[in-house]
Design a protein around this ligand. Structure first.
Ligand code: HEC
Length: 188
């Protein structure tokens, strides 16, 4: 190899190195590895309207009083809009992205035989009560961190109550609704 060849080869190596470096630099600027504060695609009615933070994480009010006034037909419409991309609801229905939800209310966490649930969801003790479903559907990722249900949650209390009474009806023998609370004493 004469010296011109050597120069050519080392120049080629140098140019390749610079190109590699620049591509990495440009790529890192175009594709941000950070999660955006708000999702790029917002599903109407599915993203929390309240800002997150300590106040937003406060415990939810019991869902019982809202269930009495909830409408399963409205809940079914909401379910079709927000949930059927991942869940079937008919008796004996197949699992898709998520498990079939027939009989989930009052059933154990991870109620569908053979579905590959996350360990976090399976580890929750006890049955799915109305209040637990309320918390889950409000924000799945805070009820079970690392859940595979990649769904932001339903921020509106009434919409959640409607969906929960709809789920309750997916059973030959629905769990009774909580007894109506006695009216709060008047304050004036
Ligand atoms: C993007 C897909 C997706 C959407 C949308 C979704 N889910 Fe899920 N859902 C899942 C997956 C996956 C699981 C299993 C989660 C796990 O194992 O952590 C699950 C689990 C559940 C469970 C627990 C089932 C059990 O057997 O314990 C309930 C209840 C549920 N979803 C209700 C809903 C409702 C109601 C909606 C709509 C408001 C909804 N999901 C929207 C994917 C989804």
């Amino acid at each position: 190899m004469d010296s011109i060849e050597v120069t050519k080869v080392s120049t080629a190596v140098l140019v390749a190195g610079i190109a590699y470096f620049l591509t990495g630099l440009i790529g890192a600027n175009i594709v941000s590895p950070e999660r955006p504060a708000r999702p790029a695609i917002e599903i109407k009615g599915a993203t929390p309207e309240t800002p997150s933070g300590p106040a937003a994480e406060a415990a939810l009010a019991p869902i019982g009083p809202l269930l009495a006034a909830a409408d399963p037909a409205v809940g079914e419409a909401t379910f079709k809009k927000l949930c059927t991309s991942c869940h079937t609801a008919n008796a004996g229905g197949k699992a898709t992205v998520g498990p079939n939800l027939y009989g989930v209310v009052g059933g154990p966490h991870g109620h569908m035989e053979g579905f590959n649930y996350t360990a976090g969801l399976k580890a929750k003790a006890g049955p799915w009560t109305f209040d637990e479903l309320n918390e889950w559907l409000h924000k799945p990722s805070s009820y079970v961190s690392g859940t595979r249900m990649t769904f932001a949650g339903i921020a509106n209390d009434k919409s959640r109550a409607d969906v929960i009474v709809y789920l309750r009806g997916l059973s030959p023998n629905p769990v009774p609704l909580p007894a109506a609370e006695p009216a709060a004493p008047a304050t004036k």
